[in-house]
Design a protein around this ligand. Structure first.
Ligand SMILES: [Zn+2]
Length: 115
């Protein structure tokens, strides 16, 4: 089995947390800048559409930030690479592709099918 390079993973996760946090902040700033003082109907519709896209994107970023933060926490607790559901070792290839994964493929699929 390939040994996971925890130091490299920690680095990747730290960079990701920083990047996502910066993205969330600039996205939030954009939301505030975009509101016109006296919008007409067309402006309003456009602003609404833009804001709904921005809010979707924000929600995704926040979800991603949550995942990365949890992965980082598991790294700190010495639980990184162990599935939080079944306790099995997560495939290192999966972790390499998705450093924020905290569940094995089987558990992740089961979770997504329930939804
Ligand atoms: Zn599992």
């Amino acid at each position: 089995m390939t040994k996971i390079d925890l130091a490299a993973i920690r680095n990747t996760l730290a960079v990701e947390i920083e990047t996502i946090t910066a993205n969330i902040q600039s996205e939030q700033n954009n939301l505030h800048v975009n509101s016109e003082p006296n919008p007409d109907q067309l402006d309003l519709a456009e602003t609404c559409a833009r804001q709904s896209i921005a809010l979707d994107w924000l929600a995704k970023l926040e979800q991603r930030l949550g995942q990365v933060t949890v992965a980082m926490k598991r790294l700190d607790e010495g639980l990184y690479g162990i599935c939080e559901k079944c306790g099995d070792v997560i495939n290192p290839a999966r972790l390499e592709a998705m450093p924020h994964a905290i569940r094995c493929v089987a558990c992740q699929e089961r979770l997504e099918h329930v939804r």
